[in-house]
Design a protein around this ligand. Structure first.
Ligand SMILES: [Ca+2]
Ligand SMILES: [Ca+2]
Length: 454
């Protein structure tokens, strides 16, 4: 890396003038403490935090030589530059960094703008010491991967198995998002996150939770075999994951990383309140919500029909020729016996009304005996729900809906959900605003006692 002295002096001068206001730091996240972070605002890579890789040994049949000269800081970003200049027996040059520290469990947030065009394979991932315990015997967490010719799709994955004997399993999920058209992850900065608990890994893009890998999916692997992992950021070029570069590939390409925030979980979990209830954060977004059944961005933040603020939820079916369930959810920590109230406003537009007779949308409260539990497993207790839209619902008016009930025995979490159920590929969309989930703070038992005292 080259950093001329005159530029360095200028950078220090500018920082002295503006150091206080412009230096950001990780936001507080309920239940977590900051473990370490890097804003990449210096003039050279902080080698206390990062190892810049220098190797022409490749994996997955990729085609790049990882050279330290391809990795540098610029304008507050870590930059990985990929070029079609042969080096040490390989046709391309690119870069890779490892965090010096390894951590088991916690949260990782990486804000980045991805490289584009065919052959680019940017990745943000976590890997244990595979020198001590050969891959994949202690797992691998892929926070974000992307193919350069698929700008609107990112994926998250978990790999596990044994070695020796070599046995490799993996699970993964693609995600897309829709705001003003399908989000293009090559065009701007987005935040890619993972939360890793002892029995579960949750993946996020721009604060929207899109995928969970639980103990159930990985044969209880988390309990027995995973280990502290280092954070890795790199752009591989070509290989088994995607097509190799060709004449359409544009060179050079840049993977820019604005920040890395790493958090550790606090020993005691704090109770939360519903966040972004009206979908108005960041102008309009699903930030803080967990989406499900969303393969064609059919669960989206929208400005089409808004009750209050700047945004609302729009949800419709997946059109996959079988009964499908799409929607979103968010959880509150509760205790058994507490009264829980869920409510929302709902709108159906006449130009996209509930066609046919089978589509239905419900407002639900799901009760769990385990935090972040998986629906339909032993984690799940029961639900209450009310229909907020079907073929009989009026068009072009906002209606309000509410359900209430007492949390059953063993409940530790109540989850508010909106679910669009599409059995027969029939059209129509539902708009929802002002979702809310409240603990009234008074159990049924206490209410009766209060009445007696009066
Ligand atoms: Ca930065
Ligand atoms: Ca709103």
């Amino acid at each position: 890396m080259v950093c001329p002295l005159r530029k360095l002096t200028l950078a220090v001068f500018v920082l002295t003038l503006f150091a206080g206001p412009i230096l950001a730091q990780p936001p507080a996240i309920p239940g977590y403490d900051v473990a370490w972070y890097d804003e990449f605002s210096g003039s050279s890579i902080d080698t206390n935090k990062w190892i810049v890789i220098n190797t022409n040994q490749t994996t997955n049949n990729s085609l790049q030589d990882y050279l330290p000269s391809q990795v540098y800081l610029s304008n507050g970003n870590l930059v990985i530059k990929s070029e079609d200049i042969p080096s040490r027996g390989l046709p391309y040059r690119s870069g890779q960094v490892f965090s010096t520290s390894a951590q088991q469990y916690g949260r990782w947030d990486v804000r980045a703008k991805l490289p584009g065009t065919r052959g680019m394979w940017p990745a943000i991932w976590l890997l244990p010491d595979v020198g001590q315990n050969p891959w994949p015997s202690q797992g691998e967490i892929d926070i974000m991967e992307n193919r350069g010719d698929e700008p609107t799709i990112t994926s998250s994955a978990f790999h596990w198995g044994t070695n020796p004997p070599f046995v490799h399993h993996f699970v993964f999920a693609n995600q897309q998002s829709f705001r003003n058209g399908l989000e293009n992850y090559h065009d701007g900065f987005h935040v890619y996150s993972a939360e890793w608990d002892p029995d579960q890994i949750r993946f996020y893009v721009d604060g929207v939770h899109h995928y969970t890998v639980s103990q159930y999916a990985v044969n209880e692997f988390f309990d027995t075999q995973s280990a502290p992992m280092q954070l890795i950021i790199n752009t591989a070029i070509g290989g088994d994951f995607l097509d190799n570069p060709d004449g359409t590939t544009v060179w050079p390409q840049y993977f820019e990383v604005d920040y890395v925030y790493v958090y550790q979980k606090q020993a005691t979990e704090t109770s939360q309140t519903i966040e972004n209830p009206g979908f108005d954060e960041n102008n309009f977004s699903l930030s803080k919500w967990t989406t499900f059944g969303n393969p064609i961005a059919n669960v989206r933040a929208s400005t089409q029909h808004v009750r209050d603020g700047s945004g609302a939820l729009k949800v419709f079916g997946q059109f996959n020729s079988s009964t499908n369930y799409s929607g979103l959810e968010q959880a509150l920590t509760v205790q058994p016996g507490l009264e829980i109230v869920a409510s929302c406003d709902r709108f159906i537009a006449s130009n996209d009304s509930i066609n046919g007779t089978s589509n239905r949308c419900v407002l639900k409260i799901d009760y769990y005996r385990k935090r972040n539990g998986i629906f339909g497993t032993a984690d799940y207790i029961s639900s209450i729900e009310t229909t907020i839209a079907d073929t009989n619902s009026p068009n072009d008016v906002w209606d309000n809906f509410e359900i209430r009930g007492n949390a059953p025995a063993e409940t530790v979490e109540a989850r508010l959900a909106v679910v669009f159920i599409q059995p027969n590929n029939e059209g129509g969309a539902v708009h929802v605003d002002n979702l809310d989930l409240k603990r009234t703070g008074v159990s049924g038992l206490r209410l009766r006692q209060f009445d007696t005292n009066r």
